[in-house]
Design a protein around this ligand. Sequence first.
Ligand SMILES: Nc1ncnc2c1ncn2[C@@H]1O[C@H](COP(=O)(O)OP(=O)(O)O)[C@@H](O)[C@H]1O
Ligand SMILES: [Mg+2]
Length: 360
Amino acid sequence: MKIKLDHVSVKFGDLYAVKDISMTIDKGEYVTILGPSGCGKTTLIKIVSGILRPTEGRVFVDGEDVTDVPIEDRDTGYVFQNIALFPHMTISDNVGYGPRVRDLDSEAVTGTSRQYLELVNMLERAGMMPNEISGGEQQKVAIARALASGSKMLMLDEPLSALDARVRMELRYEIRRLVKKLGITVLHVTHDQEEAMSVSDRMILMRNGGIAETSTPLDMYRRPETIFSAYFVGETNFLECTVVGKTKTGKTTVRLRNDTIVRVAKSKFNVGDPVVISVRPEHVYTASDGLPATVRNVVFMGTYWRIRTLSATDDYIEYNIPADDDIPELGDEVFLVFNKKATLVFARPSEGLEEAIRLE
Ligand SMILES: Nc1ncnc2c1ncn2[C@@H]1O[C@H](COP(=O)(O)OP(=O)(O)O)[C@@H](O)[C@H]1O
Ligand SMILES: [Mg+2]
């Protein structure tokens, strides 16, 4: 099912939880909604599913205006953040709930229930009660129940947040595999950027009730459009600087705060413009010459070391080195160079860098 929101806002008292959002989700698309706590993610999917009515704007499903259609008359599966199985029903009856409400005969209900339990590998638990299985298993059942309802639209509100890291990873790929197989359109809310990147066709990054950016995971990571996206998706180092050179093809040179000159990616900026550059830790290297920096912290991350330095520009700059390489000692002086193609340039925010990346 194709979903379209047209200038949708939701107000609670004087506060906009969602402000003027327009967006389209294609049939069969897997879209994640990402953003810090309180930015309006849950409110947004409640509007799409019909749990909430927008204060302003319209909601369309397959071209039909459903803004005033209540949830019970819509065809939407919903998995809540907190596992919400019916505690007095068996696993099998939980999954058969949707089909039963649709008045299928009892044989068809059992058949559908078994089919979806099989999909999430929970068939052998069919006769058990919710409190007899683990949290991860309960969440699988909740997902099976949402799928068994037959809806072609599925809303997932942080369905994995309460689970262990390992279960969380396994389940996220499992969910994607299932919904792709069934051709279901998914809106999946998460505050975990790695989860969002690894399952979605497209990501919607929200901030303060609005959309900060909509992109594919690859674009949002490699070519974020805003300082906030660069900051929220992945990790990055920011340095305030000024453009001092620009070629005809857009290749840009900047002067850092300590007067070090650095070549960066192509940009739209002009000589004299105050800018901020963003360079991810994996694009910072050490060399025999470069930006002087002092090693302040060395952290073992498993597959790599994370080195935190204080640079001559008075910025903290982090870089990675492979787990098997020799590591510097605290207090060592190093010279940092940046991969220029991966060093992105943004306008210096008028409200200040800190404000531009503030989470609340
Ligand atoms: N029923 C409500 N009444 C008043 N304020 C609400 C209500 N629901 C959400 N809010 C507020 O709206 C904002 C967005 O909430 P929510 O959509 O739950 O954010 P998220 O899911 O991104 O954490 C928050 O400031 C929250 O406190
Ligand atoms: Mg929420």
